[in-house]
Design a protein around this ligand. Structure first.
Ligand SMILES: NC(=O)c1ccc[n+]([C@@H]2O[C@H](COP(=O)([O-])OP(=O)(O)OC[C@H]3O[C@@H](n4cnc5c(N)ncnc54)[C@H](O)[C@@H]3O)[C@@H](O)[C@H]2O)c1
Length: 440
């Protein structure tokens, strides 16, 4: 078997994808996962996340022997030429990235590498600028006998299309001071044919945060346009279409709705704000991006209360729990925030999601069952199958024919034809200005 010997520490979305894809590219990969139950399930070929194609790829390479999983670094690290750190970096209480998993992994690396080992340690986790340099120093102190080189190699994959994103990346970022380490990483990624940006480790680390903050900013921007569109009688989807056709702007991340969420954008923006505070750098634009996002759930609740009166004691149907369609991840999901806010207001929540589950709510796998007795239906995650629901059938199930399309993902005309009051985000039904134009 050819290829390099690689180790991947941490088997979350990123680690699993990195491990399976490098095995697919012909390398021999050992995946180290400290959670015993997870490691056992992975060794049996069961992948604990709903990521299209990942389990099949994982099983294929377990079977051909190019991929294996273990729980202890001592088993997985010896012989590795490159070690990818793919551990979690959740937010600490102050918003900054909690790097305890990174430092634990560093101790594991220092403890488990045999004498004479010289692997490249590549940080794939999203970490604040300075972390790669600190890791380099830490490893040098712990194991002065080894010639370890640390590089920052941030990952840009998206959940729901992780394999395609990894195997057809838009760019590979390699932040390394050590020329040899950078060359080893560049060679690993060469078959993917993507442009490679070689830079300082700190630039690579900041660039990852900058990308996520910019994506969040686009969504917050279009959500502000949505509120203005509602006020003046415009349609934000038409506004976004015009913006998106400008090549300087592009169409991605211009969907108005309940706001951004998930395991990355919220925590990374919080970490960036904490970084700015730490360095005393004013970032009013970034602060606004976060504030506007928080407003979206509150705005929807206000709209609901304006339509049905007090929310307490009423049942609402929440279509969607995952932070976006195509995955089962509910971390920092706006849909979950809305569900919890409804419960805090005394309402009962029946939810539908084809993949995600949450112990907080009554969750159905059938959108019609979740709609029974509902005071209003709310689309909180734009699952594509919901664009073709049977509105006639729903009409006979709900208590009140009211739908709030918080993702602009439903067939509003069909809903109206079936007798529903249909309201979307940033799209006033009449096309009439809701307020008199401002002159002067
Ligand atoms: N999820 C995404 O879409 C995505 C995309 C790009 C970047 N990232 C970044 O990549 C990193 C990982 O994200 P994730 O979603 O895969 O995280 P995750 O929390 O789902 O997975 C991390 C895994 O690492 C394991 N782990 C922690 N310490 C370990 C150790 N010392 N030894 C072995 N295993 C250990 C944990 O048990 C867990 O299974 C984060 O920094 C994240 O911000 C995530």
């Amino acid at each position: 078997m050819g290829g390099r010997r690689l180790a991947v520490i941490g088997a979350g979305y990123v680690g699993l994808t990195v491990a399976a894809c490098f095995a697919h590219l012909g390398h021999r990969v050992r995946c180290i996962e400290c959670d015993g139950a997870k490691a056992l399930s992975l060794a049996r070929g069961r992948v604990p996340v709903a990521e299209p194609g990942l389990e099949a790829l994982w099983r294929r390479h377990l079977a051909d022997g190019s991929l294996s999983v273990c729980q202890r670094a001592e088993e997985g690290l010896p012989g590795a030429e490159v070690v990818f750190l793919c551990v979690g970096t959740p937010p600490a209480p102050g918003g900054e990235a909690d790097l305890s998993q990174v430092w634990q992994a560093a101790e594991d690396v220092a403890r488990a590498l045999p004498a004479g080992a010289r692997p490249v340690v590549a940080i794939k986790s999203t970490v604040p600028p300075g972390t790669a340099r600190r890791l380099q120093e830490t490893l040098r102190c712990l194991r002065p006998d080894l010639g370890l080189a640390v590089a920052s190699n941030p990952e840009f994959l998206r959940e729901g299309c992780a394999l395609a994103d990894f195997l057809r990346p838009t760019r590979i970022v390699i932040g390394a001071d050590d020329e040899e380490a950078a060359a080893v990483l560049e060679e690993l990624y060469r078959p993917l044919g993507a442009p490679v940006v070689r830079c300082r480790p700190d630039s690579a680390e900041l660039a990852k945060y900058a990308c996520n903050a910019f994506l969040a900013a686009r969504i917050s921007f279009v959500n502000e346009m949505a509120e203005l569109a509602e006020a003046v009688g415009a349609d934000v989807t038409e506004v976004a279409a015009v913006m998106g056709l400008d090549p300087r702007i592009g169409p991605a991340y211009l969907e108005a709705g309940l706001g951004w969420g998930g395991s990355c954008l919220p925590k990374d923006l919080r970490a960036l704000l904490a970084l700015a505070r730490h360095h005393d750098v004013p970032v009013p634009l970034l602060e606004g991006v976060a504030r506007t996002n928080t407003r979206q759930v509150a705005r929807l609740l206000e709209r609901l209360a304006g339509l049905v009166g007090p929310l307490s004691g009423k049942r609402f149907c929440l279509w969607g729990l995952a932070f976006k369609p195509g995955c089962d991840d509910t971390r920092d999901s706006p849909a979950m925030a809305l569900g919890r806010a409804l419960q805090e207001a005394g309402a009962e929540v029946w939810a539908y999601d084809p993949l995600a589950w949450a112990p907080d709510f009554v969750v159905h796998r059938d959108p019609y069952r979740a709609a029974e007795g509902a005071e209003a239906l709310v689309l909180a995650t734009a699952w594509p199958e919901l664009s073709a629901v049977d509105w006639g059938r729903l009409r006979s199930l709900v208590r009140r024919p009211l739908v709030l399309d918080a993702r602009n993902g439903l067939d509003g005309e069909a809903a109206r034809r079936a007798g529903f009051v249909y309201l979307a985000v940033g799209r006033s039904p009449a096309g009439e200005p809701a307020t008199a134009p401002v002159e002067g």
